[in-house]
Design a protein around this ligand. Structure first.
Ligand code: MG
Ligand code: MG
Length: 258
């Protein structure tokens, strides 16, 4: 069942999603070679709690931390660790969730740690662009397949591949609601987009082949060919007069542009 949100609920969702954006900005200040992924997690958890919210991922399905931190060939759901340290040339995707006033926020950004190769730079740029290509299709009357198709065509045109096993989703009083929002698909196919739908669009794009596997920890998803993967995510509301992006990369980009 798809829960449509009214204006008041969308404003509550905006609050939670803005806090995710602010948290990603706070984490961005600390991304550098030598920091452990657990330290980034601690920074995020403290920041979220100090803003009157709770981490959305902590304990969700048994997930042990506040952030999913996925380095290089880890696609998503990486578990922070005090034994994993970022190093020059890595890419690290930070996926953050919050729960505030009963509503979830969910957004992700992939960062370069110091200098990265041109090829991987292109992967990050293309994945982020594809997120916005998908968002452009989040229009009343179009369909879920139009979003996925826009993401997929943009990335495949550059020679990258789309992860199939994990998808975007509705967001509301639950972190994962219907409908599923795949990053692939055919135009005109799937659920029709309606006013009041709030969804997370989250391309997970691989430099090499699309195949992935799950590690024995039951969480970490990695590329089979060990090539890097990028992940960008916004939570958006579909409105009569156009799309409303509820999460924000502004805080991150303010830090990155310094
Ligand atoms: Mg997420
Ligand atoms: Mg999500």
């Amino acid at each position: 069942m798809i829960f449509l949100k009214n204006e008041k609920e969308i404003e509550l969702l905006r609050e939670s999603n803005l806090l995710v954006g602010m948290t990603l900005g706070e984490v961005a200040k600390h991304i550098r070679p030598g920091i452990s992924t657990l330290e980034l997690d601690r920074i995020a958890e403290a920041f979220i709690r100090s803003h009157g919210a709770v981490p959305g991922f902590l304990g969700y399905g048994g997930f042990p931390n506040s952030l999913c931190i996925s380095v290089n060939d880890t696609v998503v759901h990486g578990i922070p660790s005090n034994k994993a340290f970022l190093k020059e040339g890595d890419i690290v995707s930070i996926d953050c969730g919050t729960l505030k006033n009963g509503y979830y926020g969910d957004s992700a950004y992939t960062f370069a740690v110091g200098e990265i190769s041109e090829e991987v730079k292109m992967l990050l740029k293309t994945t982020k662009e594809s997120l916005y290509k998908g968002i452009e299709k989040a229009v009343v009357g179009l369909r879920i397949g139009d979003i996925g198709n826009a993401v997929q065509s943009h990335c495949e045109a550059k020679g990258f591949s789309v992860v199939r096993e994990m998808v975007g989703h509705g967001v509301g009083k639950s972190l994962h609601e219907e409908p599923q929002v795949p990053n692939y698909g055919r135009q005109g196919q799937g659920v029709k987009l309606r006013e009041g739908m709030v969804i997370a669009i989250e391309p997970m794009i691989n430099l090499g082949k699309h195949h992935v596997y799950q590690e024995d920890d039951g969480w970490t998803i990695k590329t089979k060919d060990s090539k890097p993967s990028a992940h960008f995510e916004h939570t958006i509301a579909i409105k009569k007069d156009g799309v409303d992006i509820l999460s924000s990369f502004e805080y991150v980009e303010e830090v990155l542009n310094k």
